[in-house]
Design a protein around this ligand. Structure first.
Ligand code: NAP
Length: 327
């Protein structure tokens, strides 16, 4: 089995950017796309805030461009899902869902996070036709419309407030009668006349109208059990994110499901790097993930040069600030 210089896990903005940088550094990176190429940006109707595209562009087109650029510099793309890793030995071992096994001198993890789903009828089918997980991306398309926001945390309120720039009315639907969000955001939301709240209520289905786009949600009051239909053209769901990192538990230092890195994208095992939303639950932007992917690849390049000169045990000891114990 040949040993890869760098395996990149994930095909969102961070993964592909790591592919572009590692490719240009002549490292011939091997990139695993996962089940859904492009990650969250691939389900974004239009990206308007990514520098260099003043007119904006559809999320899937941006993914296609990222991929082309990575391939141009020699990145090899595998349409496979990484299901298991072994970072306890070096070269590292990476196994995929299709049953293949690979060895790698370094690994860049860019598996991202997935917005938590409501898992109600209509949700999946209406993504891009009224259902959204990103107000920054899609809010603009709801100018003059009435929308609902589901959730009671900081994201729901912050994104709900952002949506008031476009929508006529933003109704926040929360399953309890008390918000989880910070007091300052609560104050802003309560004072904003475009924002309404529906308390103690869950969404039990999202319903399409004749046009095939969202027309209403079915609501259920969890205290009284009463159900009703509530008309709306947009459903923004902010009920938290799930980092896609279960396969790294026990191998790397993690916090709340996210990989812990230093400022240079180094994970707790020397030679393993993480970039994008698998290690950042705060910024969550294409532009920030791209930057982190570039940083991870540059650090991997540096690591590989040192590995060549000094060997893994010496580099590891140096990185962990430990004395190298003679064999
Ligand atoms: P979060 O704090 O976990 O809040 C998720 C919200 O969704 C909660 O109100 C929760 O209800 C609700 N929820 C969860 N599952 C649900 C379901 N199945 N159906 C209906 N409602 C459901 O997530 P977040 O708002 O994305 O924030 C994540 C982290 O980022 C937090 O630490 C937050 O402080 C931080 N953040 C900070 C800022 C800021 O500082 N400006 C902005 C955004 C995010 P319950 O309350 O009943 O559990």
């Amino acid at each position: 089995m040949s040993i890869e210089n760098v395996i990149i896990i994930g095909s969102g903005p961070a993964g592909f950017t790591a592919g572009i940088y590692a490719g240009r550094a002549q490292l011939k990176p091997l990139l695993f796309t996962g089940n859904d190429i492009g990650g969250q940006v691939a389900i974004t109707y239009e990206v308007e805030n990514y520098p260099g595209f003043p007119e904006g562009l559809p999320g899937p087109e941006l993914v296609e461009r990222f991929q082309k650029q990575a391939e141009r510099f020699g990145a090899r793309i595998e349409y496979d899902y990484v299901s298991e890793v072994d970072f306890t030995r070096h070269p590292f071992v990476v196994r995929t869902q299709s049953g293949s096994e690979y060895q790698a001198k370094s690994v860049i993890i860019a598996t991202g996070a997935t917005p938590r789903k409501l898992q109600v009828p209509g949700e999946q089918e209406l993504v891009g036709r009224g259902v959204s997980y990103c107000a920054t991306c899609d809010g603009f398309f709801f100018r003059g419309k009435d929308v609902v926001v589901v959730g009671g945390g900081d994201s729901a309120l912050e994104e709900g407030l952002f949506l008031t720039r476009f929508a006529d009315k933003v109704t926040i639907i929360h399953r309890r009668d008390e918000l989880r969000a910070s007091k300052i955001l609560q104050k802003r939301a309560f004072e904003n006349e475009k924002v309404d709240f529906i308390w103690d209520t869950i969404v039990t289905s999202i319903n399409a109208g004749e046009s095939g786009a969202v027309a209403s949600v079915t609501l259920k009051n969890v205290k009284t059990g009463e159900t009703r239909e509530f008309p709306t053209e947009g459903v923004f769901i902010f009920i938290g994110h799930e980092p896609n990192g279960w396969m790294f538990e026990g191998q790397l230092e993690m916090k709340d499901g996210y990989i812990v890195t230093d400022r240079n994208m180094h994970a707790s095992v020397p030679g393993v790097f993480a970039a994008g939303e698998i290690q950042d639950n705060h910024f969550r932007q294409v532009a920030t993930s791209v930057g982190q992917g570039a940083m991870a690849a540059m650090e991997a390049e540096k690591f590989l040069a040192e590995l060549e000169d000094e060997g893994y045990e010496a580099v590891k000891a140096k990185m962990l600030g430990q004395e190298l114990v003679p064999a």
